[in-house]
Design a protein around this ligand. Structure first.
Ligand code: EPU
Length: 436
């Protein structure tokens, strides 16, 4: 198979205006949730990215029918669940197959879902999801890394998540909407993408409350109906573009960016000397003067999110002094650092906790803290993309770097960023896509 690469010539400051797409991590769960009803659902602001295509393939494999109404507008209807099994070949493409459990169990009584496995940012288990389903009365078996679940009707219950996992919360929210009685999910994730899903489920007829102490309370209903929804803007893409604009000493207006989703990111940016201006229809990110070193620690919402960490770290390579980054959500999220070192970044990773307190990964041997010394002059290099957010980080680094960089494995970037090469070129970057 041909591999695609980006050839980037730097350095170039990014300048201009760009629109943010719909959120990948909201779209995939909401499209899946539409399968809880036999009625049609309509969606706007569906991003034109690889993960949308993978989500559609997975949903279609069990009976959903999609039609593209117009650009970024999609109609979905699952009149009938035709199969209870997610094919293994699709389950490997992303981590979404486990989200099919709720529609399959509620409408088919059983579900067969292959394990997605770990990825390059950590092991990514689904034990919280499966424990939750078991507590709701499903029979759960794991045979050779394929999960078999059965339930006549899921029952409301109390679930205490060991950690506020985003997809486990979303999965169990979907499950509880049609369960018999009341489900209480404590220590739940409250990321804006989770709330976007809850809003869509409410439009479908679900009764979902949530409390300030990370608790969702769901009163099960007997059926859900079709609904329409506009997918929220992708706050991960906003942060990636904001970091790129400032690190490249540019000035970019991100149309559609919402301040409310970006509060913690904007605070960190301001502490680091990065400038932004909130406008009615978006956020302008711009460079003015020197960048300063800061300490950041990733955590669950409303904290500094883990997906913002790689692009922010490359921004810190341009800041004066020593910055410290403590990653507490995924144990192996600094895999991208070795290639940035190759480009001249001064970043060292450590297995100790370099934050306000120790995290789940203390004494685990995982290098989950980093010290970044800047400013560094980056130089072009040949690099391979290990995961989506790291891929964008390399693009920023290549845009800042002196000379030519070749970034391989851009299919990973296409999963989460809409035509990113064209978008960045429209802001002045020099990027060409090549097949090798
Ligand atoms: N965890 C478990 N057991 C579980 C579930 C999670 O131990 O059953 C642990 C994970 O290993 C991790 C922590 O809980 O250490 C948090 O993981 P979480 O479940 O919250 O992550 P996720 O739901 O798998 C989503 C996004 C990620 C984003 C994280 C954190 C999707 C499809 N993915 O992952 O996005 O980083 O939440 O906000 O929604 C990306 O878009 O590139 C991406 C990785």
């Amino acid at each position: 198979m041909l591999m695609e690469s980006f050839v980037v010539e730097g350095p170039t400051p990014l300048q201009g205006e760009i629109s943010v797409s719909g959120a990948k991590n909201s779209m995939s769960k909401i499209l899946t949730a539409s399968m809880l009803t036999a009625e049609p659902c309509h969606f706007q602001n569906v991003p034109a990215i690889g993960d949308t295509e993978i989500t559609k393939e997975i949903c279609c494999a069990v009976g959903a029918e999609f039609s593209q109404v117009e650009e970024r507008k999609v109609r979905v209807q699952t009149a009938e669940i035709k199969a209870a099994e997610v094919p293994e070949s699709l389950a490997k493409k992303n981590r979404l197959s486990v989200m099919m459990l709720a529609p399959l169990l509620h409408r088919h009584g059983c579900a067969v879902v292959p394990a997605a496995g770990g990825d390059r940012i950590g092991p990514r288990p689904v034990d919280f999801h499966l424990d939750g389903y078991q507590r709701m009365g499903a029979k759960v078996e794991n045979r050779k890394d394929v999960y078999y679940l059965e339930a006549d009707r899921l029952q409301g219950t109390e679930i205490n998540l060991p950690y506020p996992s985003v997809t486990a919360t979303e999965n169990l929210l979907m499950a509880s909407t049609l369960a018999m009685g009341r489900t209480v999910i404590r220590n739940a994730a409250i990321e804006p993408e989770v709330v976007d899903l809850a809003l869509f489920l409410q439009k479908m007829g679900a009764i979902i409350d949530y409390q300030a102490d990370r608790t969702f309370i769901v009163e099960g209903v007997s059926q859900l109906s079709g609904a329409d929804h506009v997918i929220m803007p992708d706050r991960l893409v906003v942060a990636s573009l904001g970091a790129a604009a400032i690190a490249s000493r540019g000035d970019v207006f991100v149309k559609g960016a919402r301040q409310a989703d970006m509060l913690t990111f904007l605070n960190a940016l301001r502490r680091a000397g990065g400038c932004f201006e909130i406008q009615q229809d978006g956020i302008r990110f711009f460079y003015e003067g020197t960048l300063k070193s800061v300490a950041i620690e990733t955590t669950v919402h409303p904290g500094f999110m883990t997906d913002w960490q790689p692009p922010f770290t490359v921004l810190l390579t341009q800041a004066d002094g020593m910055s410290v980054v403590h990653e507490t959500v995924f144990q192996d999220r600094f895999v991208y650092v070795s290639q940035l070192q190759k480009m001249g970044a001064d970043i060292q990773t450590y297995d100790s906790c370099m934050g306000t307190s120790s995290c789940r990964f203390a004494n685990s041997g995982y290098r989950h803290s980093a010290v970044v010394r800047g400013p560094s002059k980056l130089r072009g290099a040949d690099i391979d993309i290990p995961d989506l957010r790291a891929g964008f980080t390399y693009l920023i680094a290549a845009i800042l770097a002196e000379g030519r960089s070749v970034i391989r494995g851009v299919e990973e970037l296409d999963r989460g960023y809409e035509a990113i090469d064209k978008s960045l070129c429209s802001l002045g970057a020099s990027i060409s896509r090549q097949s090798v």
